[in-house]
Design a protein around this ligand. Structure first.
Ligand SMILES: C[S@@+](CC[C@H](N)C(=O)[O-])C[C@H]1O[C@@H](n2cnc3c(N)ncnc32)[C@H](O)[C@@H]1O
Length: 265
């Protein structure tokens, strides 16, 4: 399969699903590559602590993923929230609102299937105090529609209702979806997809729209792939007015201390 060289420089180790989506000329449009507990986010326990602390006084918090792919990111989030705060304590974060503009990957996620690689069961058990079997069942017969999707995986898991019900999936373009997120008490994960946006103007617009839409108690989270040669989502967000959280540079907030001002104390 032909791969556009623009995207060749970034090659993290994935433990979950991978899929190249090309146009009729064989040119890469986007990749669905994703991973459970994707490591570019840093320490997932710290992220969950950050979310818990940020929204400790809020009766409801809104978690979004605007480029959710197969659902690894949002299921990782849901499992960690449940492990840390329990069913009752984590209730205010659910359902996590997940969207992606790729209708095929969303259709698979809506049906409750999640592609996995060898070792993902162990990884899940490590993060959830041994709850792989509570949340997933390995399917014996892979449905034909998944076989026809040209996905990379070792096995397919069916997500059990206990976890599946914590996430709502829909097809949506992130550039539109960002305009209608709840301004208050929201975390907007817009991760590892900025290079797929049409051009720099679109990335600037997306950053400005997020800044205009979100209130100070909300945040945007990006990934490593979003700062690759030719794409600097961190700069776009900074120029729009966001500042990165000093403990985790994936997290962009409106109310963090501006980096430029830190040196003048
Ligand atoms: C590399 S995957 C990243 C998945 C996940 N966010 C993560 O970090 O593991 C990129 C995803 O972005 C989606 N995508 C690309 N452009 C998009 C857009 N304009 N709106 C919504 N989703 C988009 C692709 O379909 C793909 O599933």
């Amino acid at each position: 399969m032909y791969i556009n060289s623009t995207y060749n420089t970034y090659s993290p180790n994935f433990t979950s699903s991978g899929r190249d989506v090309c146009n009729s000329l064989g040119e890469l449009i986007h990749r669905n590559d994703t991973s459970l507990f994707r490591s570019d986010l840093g320490n997932w326990d710290h992220l969950i602590d950050y979310i818990g602390e940020k929204f400790k006084n809020a009766p409801k918090a809104n978690l979004y993923s605007l480029s959710c792919s197969a659902g690894d990111e949002v299921y990782s989030l849901a499992m960690k929230l449940l492990a840390k705060y329990g069913e009752k304590g984590a209730e205010k974060y659910f359902p996590i609102l997940a969207s992606d503009y790729d209708a095929k990957i969303i259709s698979m996620a809506q049906k409750g299937y999640l592609p996995m690689f060898e070792g993902d069961d162990k990884l899940i058990n490590e993060h959830t105090h041994g709850k792989f079997n509570k949340y997933f069942e390995i399917v014996k017969t892979v449905p034909d529609f998944i076989k026809n999707m040209d996905l990379d995986y070792d096995f397919i898991a069916k997500v059990k209702p206990e976890l599946r019900n914590k996430v709502s999936f829909k097809v949506a373009d992130a550039t539109e979806e960002c305009k209608s997120v709840n301004p208050n008490n929201s975390i907007v994960m817009a991760r590892n997809f900025w290079p797929y946006l049409k051009d720099e103007t679109t990335r600037i617009q997306m950053s400005n729209n997020l800044y205009k839409r979100l209130d100070k108690n909300s945040a945007v989270i990006i990934g490593s792939f979003d700062d690759t040669p030719g794409t600097y989502a961190s700069k776009n967000l900074y120029d729009a007015g966001f500042r990165c959280n000093l403990n985790n540079c994936c997290i962009y907030e409106k109310n963090a201390i501006p980096i430029t001002e830190m040196y003048y104390f």
